[in-house]
Every structure is written in C-alpha cells, then in structure tokens.
Design a protein around this ligand. Structure first.
Ligand SMILES: O=C(O)[C@H](O)[C@@H](O)[C@H](O)[C@H](O)COP(=O)(O)O
Length: 256
C-alpha cells in the first residue's frame, strides 16, 4: 500500500492554492538535483485547477520555473491538437497561452503526432502510442503524475473492467472503445504510473463521492483509481473538495 494522504477543502480556490504549494515544493526539491522537472497532466477539470494554482496565483506563479518543466499527457484523445476534445488544447488554452501572453518562457510539451490522427485505423493508432512512448523520459520515472478521477472510477484513460488495465508490456497503449467520448485515446499504462516518484489526484464535486467512498473502503474494488492508490512505495496525494469525500472512510491531513 502506498503512502496516501488526502487534503480536503470547501472551495476550489483553497484547494488550488494548496495544490500550487505542493507542486512548487516538489519542483524545488527536484531542481536542486536535476535539470528538468518531469510532469504529466490529465484532461478534465484538473486543468482549470492547475490554471488557478500555477498561473493565477501571483505568489506561486512567479516561482514556477516553467522553462525547466517537461510536460506529458497522462492520457490524450486521438484528435488534432486544436480540436475541442484535445487534452493538449485544454492545457494550451488554460496554461500555455497565458504564459506566452505574459512573455514567460514556457515548458517543453510532448504531444501526440497529430499528422497520424486522421486515418483512424487501429494500426496507425498503435503507431501513435509507440511514437509517444518513444518520447518518454529515459528513466520512465515521472517526478509527478497528475490525475483526475471519473465518477466511474477511471483515471487517465484506464477504465473499469477495460482491457487497458491489463496492459503489462507497454508504457503507452491505445484504445478505440473508450466508454467516455471520444473513443480513440492513448494512455499511460499502470506499469508506467507505478514508476512515478509522486502522484496527485484532483477530484471535486459530490458526483465523485460514491466512487471515492468505494476506492477508500474496498481495497479490492479493482477500480482504476483504487489500483493506482494501492501502488507501493509512491507518495500519493489527493486534493479533493469536501463534498467529494462525503461518507468515505478518510482521515483528512493538514497540508504543512
Ligand atoms: O482525458 C480524459 O478524459 C481525462 O484525462 C480523464 O481521465 C479525466 O481526468 C477524468 O475523466 C476526470 O475528469 P473531470 O475532472 O472533468 O471529472
């Protein structure tokens, strides 16, 4: 069982402020030893919280060394990078564009090869996954993997009961039948996530409460969020809203 801590707040702004402090602290620790800080981000509501935490918070934002960040996507939808469904586009609009407007040197961002997304045949999608895998840091060990959680317990594009959960021989895999649209995606595999140095989940809203209760109550639920929570030897933090953990057997920690 990993070392799991939960931080819970009534308001998104307070959650974001704490997430910002947590990310800044990790960045500083890593950059004392390494040239780059390797981070992966997911899609969904996480990105808006990152915008609040890292761009709009004046104290935190000036201390982020974006030029030393390498950013990957924990999962990505197989659409062009300017498509409304693209996780890159979301991250671009909320984080990269404001940085460029403020003339701040941005991070190095690793995207899918969008020239391959149009064919739609599985062999090409496999190639997209393989190419993305070839861009991963050599160590495969991310300093920080940021994850969201769906109300069904999915995280990245690891869906409950889906064959993607069983992938053992790939770091990045593709699917063409995602239960959450759009259907074609690539995702970090569980073996890749298990190499992370740190993992943080961000989950807000009462809609997440039943699944978070299940994840923390039943360590054999097999839900993707629970499988990540159970990875050994990784500090795992959950940044959640109070209503998202209602009824769950969780002891909330103070962020210090
Ligand atoms: O590309 C994706 O679909 C996301 O990476 C996905 O895994 C997301 O993080 C969760 O669905 C939670 O999304 P919300 O926070 O918007 O509920």
């Amino acid at each position: 069982m990993s070392d799991v801590e939960v931080f819970s707040y009534a308001k998104t702004e307070t959650l974001a402020a704490t997430l910002g402090k947590y990310i800044l602290r990790l960045q500083n620790e890593v950059l004392l030893k390494n040239e780059v800080f390797t981070v992966s981000v997911s899609g969904g509501s996480l990105v808006k919280v990152l915008q609040l935490a890292l761009i709009e918070d004046p104290e935190i934002s000036k201390k982020i060394h974006w030029e030393k960040w390498h950013i990957y996507f924990s999962d990505e939808r197989l659409v062009p990078l300017n498509h409304p469904d693209s996780n890159y586009k979301l991250f671009h609009d909320k984080v990269l564009a404001p940085l460029s407007d403020a003339q701040v040197a941005g991070p190095e961002v690793f995207t899918i090869n969008e020239s391959l997304v149009h064919s739609g045949d599985d062999a090409t999608d496999v190639k997209i996954a393989e190419e993305y895998q070839s861009l991963l840091p050599k160590s495969l060990s991310f300093d920080l993997i940021l994850l969201g959680l769906g109300p069904d317990g999915h995280t990245a594009s690891l869906f409950p009961g889906h064959q993607g959960l069983k992938v053992e021989d790939k770091w990045i895999f593709n699917i063409n039948d995602s239960p959450k649209p759009p259907p074609r995606r690539i995702s970090f595999s569980l073996p890749l996530i298990s190499k992370a140095k740190n993992i943080a989940f961000v989950a807000e809203g009462a809609g997440k409460a039943p699944v978070i209760k299940k994840i923390f109550e039943d360590q054999s639920s097999g839900l993707p969020g629970e499988l990540v929570n159970d990875l050994p030897n990784i500090p795992i933090k959950w940044f959640v809203s109070n209503d998202a953990i209602a009824g769950a057997p969780i002891i909330v920690s103070m962020f210090e």
